[in-house]
Design a protein. Structure first.
Length: 94
């Protein structure tokens, strides 16, 4: 049996992306009331996501409240106006 051939063979993929082009710290971690992000640019947007990818909150300050967020593991994503993205894991315990 002959297999169909559709044009020239091509390699398809995604170029590797750095996980965090700039570094920032979150403290305290684990957190219960407030979280401070240290080392982020002034114009950065901070976003908190749950493990399912749902955006829980967004802030433009380096200190934000997590007192109303349920306990669990979250991803904090920091995006600058230039499009740089930094990512950190945050644990919330009440």
């Amino acid at each position: 049996m002959k297999r169909p051939c559709f044009g020239a063979a091509a390699i398809v993929g995604i170029a590797p992306q750095p996980l965090s082009p700039f570094s920032f710290q979150l403290y305290p971690n684990p957190a219960s009331d407030y979280v401070t992000a240290e080392g982020i640019p002034e114009d950065a947007q901070i976003e908190l996501y749950d493990v399912m990818g749902k955006k829980i909150l967004a802030a433009r300050t380096s200190r934000f409240s997590v007192s109303a967020v349920p306990s669990g593991v979250y991803i904090v994503r920091c995006v600058t106006r230039q499009g740089e993205v930094g990512i950190r894991k945050l644990i919330i315990r009440h």
